[in-house]
Design a protein around this ligand. Structure first.
Ligand SMILES: [Zn+2]
Length: 102
């Protein structure tokens, strides 16, 4: 049996590649699993509030705040405290979606 590769001494830069891939998807089609009740819904179907300086996206089943998106000048922030999981299918990138819509 092969020993697992050591990750000692690595920092967040080691995950930059997969994180770049993760944040290059069509967000409205990604699914969120609610940390409050376990409901699963695409981001595009969550209830949205306060769109002026960002958004709070809430679970339609239990009203838990799943995603809070902040917009301050050139800074963007994302709080996912209420979301248990954010998931998407590989290949659902914006470029592949625009091709499939054509
Ligand atoms: Zn919920």
């Amino acid at each position: 049996m092969r020993a697992p590769e050591s990750t000692e001494g690595l920092d967040g830069n080691a995950a930059a590649g997969v994180l770049s891939e993760m944040f290059a998807f069509e967000a409205s089609r990604a699914e969120v699993v609610c940390g409050g009740c376990g409901a699963v819904a695409p981001i595009g179907r969550l209830a949205a509030y306060g769109l002026e300086m960002g958004a709070v996206l809430r679970c339609r089943e239990c009203d838990t705040a799943l995603l809070c998106v902040g917009v301050t000048g050139r800074t963007r922030s994302l709080v996912m405290r209420g979301a248990a999981v954010l998931r998407y299918r590989v290949g659902d990138s914006p470029s592949s979606l625009s091709r499939s819509r054509a």
